[in-house]
Design a protein around this ligand. Structure first.
Ligand code: CO8
Length: 275
């Protein structure tokens, strides 16, 4: 969605007036950071927080300069310690279903952003928090990060996609073990299972996230948008159809100004200047 300047202004006003549980900032040129900001409850997700996340994604879509999104939690202890249990304790079955559907919709929206989305997991990523991290393109973790789907301790199932994304990420057997035991795992264990790409000391996590994001910003954004589609849409296709999609999008990438500049720069032995 591209908004005219006036519309963007009004969205920014909405943010100023109504975003308290979510912060969205451009922390370097092209690099945005979305922070879940409820540190008193370890950044647990309630209905208001999900609604604000939706607004933040509207703002992000309207920001044509956005090239990478970092997602993290406020404070040093927790990324997100799950859906808000106090909020869930008051829901009827139909309200529980609606809450799950809303979380699913918004996490899917995050996951299918055109730009890369990187989770910086700075502490607990439990239940809905683990599900949020898994909706990002990949995860960088602090040494103190902890992951798990402890819903079985509460008598409920995962509801924001955990049973599906965990299985795709770590395989059926390990996902099943973690889901039926509710066991909380360390960052080291998560790295071994392929849930996490890298682990850093807590105080270096943001700097490392920024370094990686800056590397992405320096590349062709049009090529990155197409590559993200290839990986996301291709993983649920059979290999033949996935390869057809790859040759189609490969052809499409030849229509971009970035392709002209990238190849010209190589032939002229200079760094490319992408659009
Ligand atoms: N919801 C609400 N409040 C929370 C949550 C949560 N998920 N997690 C922590 N808090 C609150 C605590 O109640 C406490 O509040 P207060 O200070 O007012 O007592 C504050 O945060 C600090 O927490 P603790 O004192 O418990 O801190 P500890 O360091 O002792 O423990 C833990 C940290 C281990 C993370 C612990 O807080 C804990 O176990 N939290 C719950 C973790 C959990 O079970 N998460 C999964 C929830 S279920 C879920 O996410 C399902 C998602 C799908 C939803 C589908 C929609 C229906």
């Amino acid at each position: 969605m591209t908004l005219a300047h006036g519309e963007l202004q009004s969205l920014e006003n909405i943010q100023r007036e109504s975003l308290t549980n979510i912060l969205l900032e451009e922390i370097r040129i092209g690099i945005y950071c979305l922070t879940i900001n409820r540190p008193k409850v370890l950044n647990a997700l309630n209905a208001d927080t999900l609604r604000e996340m939706d607004i933040a994604l509207d703002l992000l879509s309207a920001a044509s300069s956005a090239r990478v999104l970092l997602v993290t939690g406020a404070g040093l202890k927790s990324f997100v310690a799950g859906a808000d249990i106090e909020h869930m304790s008051r829901l009827s079955p139909m309200e529980g279903k609606a809450f799950a559907e809303e979380g699913m919709r918004i996490f899917r929206r995050l996951e299918t952003q055109k730009i890369p989305v990187i989770a910086l997991v700075n502490g607990y990523a439990l239940g809905g928090g683990c599900e949020l991290a898994m909706s990002c393109d990949f995860i960088l973790a602090a040494e103190n990060a902890k992951f798990g789907q402890p819903e079985v301790n509460l008598g409920i199932t995962p509801g924001f996609g955990g049973s599906q994304r965990l299985t795709r990420l770590v395989g059926r057997a390990m996902a099943m073990e973690l889901l039926v035991t509710g066991r909380i795992i360390t960052a080291d264990e998560a790295l071994r299972y392929g849930l996490v790409n890298h682990i850093y000391p807590q105080q270096q996590l943001m700097a490392q996230g920024l370094e990686l994001a800056a590397m992405i910003v320096s590349k062709s954004s049009s090529a990155i948008h197409l590559t993200k589609q290839l990986v996301q849409r291709g993983q649920d296709l059979d290999l033949d159809n996935a390869c057809v999609m790859e040759s189609d999008l490969f052809g499409l990438s030849f229509s971009s100004d970035d392709r002209r500049e990238g190849m010209k720069a190589f032939l002229e032995n200079r760094p490319p200047v992408f659009f």
